[in-house]
Design a protein around this ligand. Sequence first.
Ligand code: PLP
Length: 447
Amino acid sequence: MSDTQTQQWQAMSRDHHLPPFSDYKTLNARGARIITRADGVYLWDSEGNKILDAMAGLWCVNVGYGREELVEAASRQMRELPYYNLFFQTAHPPALALAKAIAEITPAGMNHVFFTGSGSEANDTVLRMVRHYWAIKGQPEKKVVIGRWNGYHGSTVAGVSLGGMKAMHGQGDLPIPGIEHIDQPYWFGEGGDLDPDAFGVQVAEQLERKILEVGEDKIAAFIAEPIQGAGGVIIPPDSYWPKVREILDRYDILLIADEVICGFGRTGEWFGSDYFGNAPDLMPIAKGLTSGYIPMGGVVVRDEVVQTLNEGGEFYHGFTYSGHPVAAAVALENIRILREERIVERVKAHTAPYLQKRWAELAEHPLVGEARGVGMLGALELVKDKKTRERFTDQGVGMRCRDHCFDNGLVMRAVGDTMIISPPLVISTDEIDELLAKVRRCLDLTA
Ligand code: PLP
């Protein structure tokens, strides 16, 4: 019998492909699941199974799959000007129009964008940019950037170093010098007996201790996701961000808010910084910028920082695909859709409250120690004992739950024993009901 099409693709994967974040031996033994098409909030695999994508791809397909306007924008731009660079005193209309559109939706006083090809490149850029900034200001010794354990800022050398994923640090002798980490504001996992706000203040105060330990004149910036995504949808207690801001102001340290996940409506505000009322100095962006239809990222920069950069001569930094015209045209159209269809406003007023109400119901499930969420983000902590928050000793419970989800037509991701969702912002209430019914069924199967 000849191989099926799926088996042929799986063989191609085994024989020729090295996929990201994969254990190759396990993957090759099982065979990759092949996704062939998508529409709205659904995917279809090569076996014809319909799957509700509660992760919006990788937290990015904010306007949902199948938006013809984005296809049109890309093909129009490819015909007009498929490529040109922004180096050496040139520019092109799509990148300029996009920079202006981004300035219109980002927090007040953030009016310039440096374009990159991804979120990781945005974080490489931000590291170089803050060091360049302090050097121009005559304080070149202000070089150290403080990040957080279990934060995620990408997979390039700078991205991994700024992030606090210890398993990633372990591969490749990272972090690079000049980067320090403090604890994350993960109350459920690390808060002990403290109430959330007391814990929030306690972890924020670690920032001050780290500043004093390294030397207050040596710290360039603090980098953090407004809500940690890849770390497990970790929502800081209310006390956390105000305390962090107070400390940064005291020591004249820049705030880098990594908005790669939280940006473009995920929290029900345009940016996670809006949700928390923060005023960052630099914001790496990507993902929702193009709703994932084409790769693109960038760093949005506060006016005061730009004024200094303007005085600093050439910034020796950039990418062949910085502000790529086709990506810029798609991003511009994506922002037009988000604005004209009032998607962010609808998330805030209707979709997110409905999702969060239904999500909170899962807290009653015997396996769930906490059901938390903000906007279109949600997490479930799987526990053996709800009262004591004791974890399962079986390390694979999250993975088991994730596999049940896939087998039952749902993409939900596992971060250890934390199950997470981040569905397209355009998901309907009926689809949320379907999502919840599937999650419940998969929890039952996992129990
Ligand atoms: N920053 C955050 C907060 C992310 O979640 C990610 C990716 O998940 C990145 C940066 C890296 O983005 P990319 O995968 O586009 O390089």
